[in-house]
Design a protein around this ligand. Structure first.
Ligand code: SAH
Length: 337
């Protein structure tokens, strides 16, 4: 594992006003190329269609859609980055094709003259946060779907899947968690508590994986409801080798299945880097596992009651083994904020 990235230090409500975060997203080639390919390889779907870009940022997805032949694209973003998007769209000669509106998707009024009987044919959006659901921007896309998408309209992307696996990560865990046991001769255990309850966003090396990956939660954007995003789903992780387990990690895959040629990208440890990295959940215990055993449990997630952008995540786990000395079960709670 490398790098930093404690969630919470990275994003504030006005983060999207800043240049840097848009640079990071645009330079994430896995992300941006997948969107581009899904749009350019499906020009027949975009031709003469009305497209809504939810959270358009610098306007990149709106411009892909316009170049793919859309009749009109409406981009909405609440951040002041939209002023740059207007200049960029203008610089690329696309101002006649793209209308950009600053405001919350839930509050703006879309220009009727560009809509198709008050509706749009396609929604495009890059809404994914760390652990897929952090920031809860998916709520906004679902609002746009229910309000504006024409019957039978398409959503790009339309599927998302959260995966889990368990990792050996003793050295890093000692450094991140064990460090608080003795800080210049003082007991800093109250800090240990927050280190254990905050998930860590970081790059996990493939060789750290001790189990097979397991798909845990599927989202179909055509049908999912906001309330489905509070969930408790079972997982079963098959152990690949005799080792220790210090943490469970999660990542997600994204699918564009509405296409002629489906496009998929993954943010997992087995594939190219993306700015989402992986999310690491340290367990309180260390599990000693043997090949062929299973760590089974439940991944639960719900938006925090006080702040819907924050997530309350719970991992219940149990090691199924015939060896009573290694039997283990536990429940760990995390807060992503
Ligand atoms: N589509 C751009 C930016 C993606 S980042 C790209 O692919 O590069 C997500 C964007 O959604 C941010 O710019 C953020 O300001 C915007 N956003 C988040 N919630 C929103 C809401 N409720 N209404 C409008 N914009 C929103």
């Amino acid at each position: 594992m490398s790098g930093v990235g404690r969630v919470g230090l990275l994003l504030t409500p006005c983060s999207y006003d800043h240049h840097g975060i848009h640079e990071e997203m645009l330079k994430d080639e896995v992300r941006t190329r997948s969107y581009r390919d899904s749009i350019y390889q499906n020009k027949h779907l975009f031709k003469d269609k009305v497209v809504l870009d939810v959270g358009c940022g610098t306007g990149i997805l709106s411009m892909f859609a316009a170049r793919a032949g859309a009749r009109h694209v409406i981009g909405v973003d609440m951040s002041s980055i939209i002023n740059k998007a207007k200049l960029i769209v203008d610089a690329n000669g696309l101002s006649q094709k793209i209308t950009l509106l600053q405001g919350k998707m839930e509050e703006v009024e879309l220009p009727q003259q560009h809509l198709n009987n008050g509706k749009v044919d396609i929604i495009i959006s890059e809404w994914m946060g760390y652990f897929l659901l952090y920031e809860s921007m998916l709520d906004t896309v679902l609002y746009a779907r229910d309000q504006y998408l024409i019957q039978g309209g398409k959503i790009f992307p339309d599927k998302a899947t959260i995966y889990m696996a368990a990792i050996e990560d003793g050295e890093y865990k000692d450094d991140k968690i064990g460090f608080w046991d003795n800080v210049y001769g003082f007991d800093y255990s109250p800090m240990k508590e927050s280190a254990l309850t905050e998930p860590l966003v970081d790059t996990v090396e493939l060789k750290a994986l001790v189990t097979d990956p397991c798909p845990v939660f599927n989202i179909d954007l055509n049908t999912v409801k906001v309330e489905d995003l509070a969930f408790s789903e079972p997982f079963s992780l098959r152990v690949q080798r005799n080792d220790f387990i210090h943490a469970v990690i999660a990542w997600f895959d994204i699918d564009f299945q509405a296409c002629h040629k489906p496009i998929r990208f993954s943010t997992g440890p087995h594939t190219k880097y993306t700015h989402w990295k992986q999310t690491v959940f340290y367990l309180r215990d260390v599990l000693t596992v043997e090949e062929g055993e299973h760590v089974r449990g439940f991944l639960s997630n719900k938006p925090n009651d006080k702040n819907r952008r924050d997530l309350d995540i719970k991992i219940d786990y149990e090691l199924s083994t015939e060896d009573p000395t290694r039997m283990a079960a536990g429940s760990c709670e995390y807060r992503m904020c």
